[in-house]
Design a protein around this ligand. Structure first.
Ligand code: FDA
Length: 320
């Protein structure tokens, strides 16, 4: 087993540990590496970073960081941040933003940040909060996509997405290829008008529900991608992996999809040169740009994905 396979579960467990969070967020050099993946803490900083990305011809999806909220006031504050953000983003939406064309501006939401885990009425609160954000996004000419969190949330998340889609048919959702259920979810959700962002999956999941190891996850990703590309919806191919990206381009061509009928997506700060190369090849590419003070969980998942990120972090610590 590779060292990275051993480290990944430990880092993903640390991503959910409040004690580790208190320790790691206090280390001054952490900030340098966080800045590579997170575009600041305020709406102004997120909008400034987005401007450069949009100017380069890429699309944007912005995530106000936060997750696993058990406090109603915090869930409501997250909604306010999204509403402020969307009012600033409206200036970037082109005149045709309300037609069926791909929209250049999007926000991404985590339902657990909107109250999904509140002890009473969590499902209802998250639904109502997401509804407010979707309405503001519609007004601003922006799309909304709901992120996927750990597998215990999948049923509740997909059920909220189904309810929201009755009022906001363009609402997108993320599916994680490592979950064994996802091929069936792709079949279910690949109908006309659906927008599915397919990622490999970033949480620590047991073998009972998720494929383990890169080869099995990659195979599952390709099977899910085939289903989405064969379907009638709008696939959003969220991966930095050249094998997944090449497969997406091949499947799109084989299914007669033109460039407006799917898009590629990558995270802010990862494979920037490749993002620009793909834009140069006339592909649509959307950057997932997170901002906010609650960066710890997101940052730890990025460390877990790539041993080189962890090595860089440890070297920075050693040199202080
Ligand atoms: P893989 O991990 O195999 O990496 C392939 C190559 O990409 C690596 O060799 C490296 O070159 C580069 N790379 C990957 N990760 C890197 C990193 N952190 N730093 C530097 N280089 C890196 N997950 C989830 O569970 N729920 C969600 O809602 C989302 N949402 C989401 C949106 C978007 C737009 C993206 C791109 C990804 C997500 N993810 C996610 C994360 C996803 O599940 C997955 O963990 C990462 O994308 C890494 O998987 P890859 O497909 O990139 O392949």
């Amino acid at each position: 087993m590779a060292a990275s396979d051993l480290l990944r579960p430990a880092l993903l467990a640390a991503a959910r540990s409040p004690r580790m969070e208190r320790t790691i967020t206090k280390i001054p050099v952490t900030r340098n590496l966080v800045d590579r993946f997170v575009a600041g803490e305020t709406e102004d900083q997120a909008v400034t970073a987005s401007t450069g990305i949009l100017d380069s011809g890429r699309y944007i999806t912005i995530d106000y960081l936060g997750e696993d909220t058990t406090d109603l006031a915090q869930a409501n504050s997250t909604v306010s941040h999204y509403l402020t953000l969307l009012s600033s983003l409206a200036q970037f939406a082109p005149a045709g933003a309300h037609t069926g064309e791909p929209r250049n501006i999007e926000v991404s939401l985590k339902l657990s940040a909107l109250g999904q885990f509140l002890p009473r009425d969590g499902h209802k609160v998250a639904l109502e909060n997401a509804h407010k954000i979707c309405a503001a996004a519609e007004e601003a000419g922006a799309w909304v996509t709901v992120d996927a969190e750990d597998h215990t949330t999948t049923d509740s998340t997909l059920s909220i997405v189904r309810e929201l889609r009755q009022d906001f048919p363009s609402l997108g959702t993320v599916l994680q290829a490592y979950l064994k259920r996802t091929e069936a979810d792709c079949k279910d959700l690949s109908g006309p008008g659906s927008r599915i962002r397919l990622c490999k999956g970033a949480y620590k999941e047991p073998a009972s529900v998720a494929y383990q190891g890169k080869a099995a996850v990659d195979d599952a990703y390709l099977r899910c991608l085939q289903i989405l590309m064969n379907g009638r919806g709008y696939p959003m191919v969220a991966s930095h992996d050249p094998a997944m990206i090449n497969a997406a381009l091949q499947y799109a061509e084989a299914n007669g999809r033109d460039v407006d009928e799917f898009e590629l997506q990558m995270l802010y700060g990862i494979r920037d040169a490749e993002q620009l190369r793909l834009i140069g090849e006339q592909q649509h590419l959307r950057v997932y740009l997170p901002y906010g003070e609650q960066w710890y969980g997101y940052f730890m998942r990025r460390l877990a994905e790539r041993p080189a990120n962890l090595a860089f972090f440890l070297r920075s610590l050693a040199s202080t």
